[in-house]
Design a protein around this ligand. Sequence first.
Ligand code: AKB
Length: 344
Amino acid sequence: MSEKTVLVTGACGEIGQALVQGLAKRGGYRIVTTDLLPPAEAIQPLTSEHVQGDLVYRVKQFYDYDFDIIFHLAASLSSKAEVATEEAHRINVEGTMQLLMLAAYKSAKRGRAVQFLFPSSIAAYGFSSLEEKHRAGRVKEDDYNTPHTMYGCNKLYCEKLGIYYSRYYGQRHLDPDPPVMCDFRAIRFPGLISAYTVPSGGTSDYGPEMLHHAAQGLPYACFVREDTQISFMAMPDAIKAIFMLMDAPREQLTRQVYNITAFSLTAADFRKRALAAFPSAQITFQPNPRRQGIVDSWPEDVDDSAARRDWGWQPDYDVDRFFEEYFLPEIRKRYKNVRARTNE
Ligand code: AKB
């Protein structure tokens, strides 16, 4: 089988690093990466080339490549995007649009669809009140598409842009001999938790931050209320989902944007789990009204039956396996020296 050339944007971010490692493990890929930062240590030996800089101004350079798959992960996440809205729009929307145009152009030129994998988010949803959120429970993809945040608006719009470029671009689908369009596929991710990296700029960050602080013996003031509930997933499951959707035959897909979930927890549940593993953890709750408002607008859980039906989605880690078989063993190894110093 010939090697596929892939582009991973936002490669130094949490999903980016895990995805590059996953691609290298699978084998058969020439991995080109790009990020604002120089290549992270974990991915440096795995990339064939790293382009450092602002994607919006770098896209032209990528027209020289013949990518089979584009994983467009670069984004300004929800909390950061709320304080720098214009910048977020530029990164989240302009960057995506530029890359979709590249994918559309290359697909038509070579007569073979470039795959475009896009991580969307539960931020694409929005509820008018907490009562509505509780009443809604597990939401389906087409319900409550009324985001409250810049990031959520950007993600929802980019889903639509992806569908446009892959189906209707220039209304060329109506031509007698329509060009090959790109193959856009998106996953709406819940909060993701990695044992190896710590998120920044997001609002689901309180879950992983609390666990990483507890594991290092550091105090943590959680920025949302105890009863705050959204869905989460282990990073290895997120990478597994990207590969599953990427591998799924196109004719099997009944949609282009899919929900997935693994488990749904309250912030109080996180604290309970953290204390069970690290009994001297100091976790308090000091809600920040703006960040609270963001998570209150996100669903408690999502209905991922379409992904289960169309491409066989199933997480490896439910909540117990997440803690017992992934997070705690890995985190104990990672912070062994820190914990030895704090004596726990
Ligand atoms: C964020 O908190 O902004 C992200 C997300 C849920 O998309 N982690």
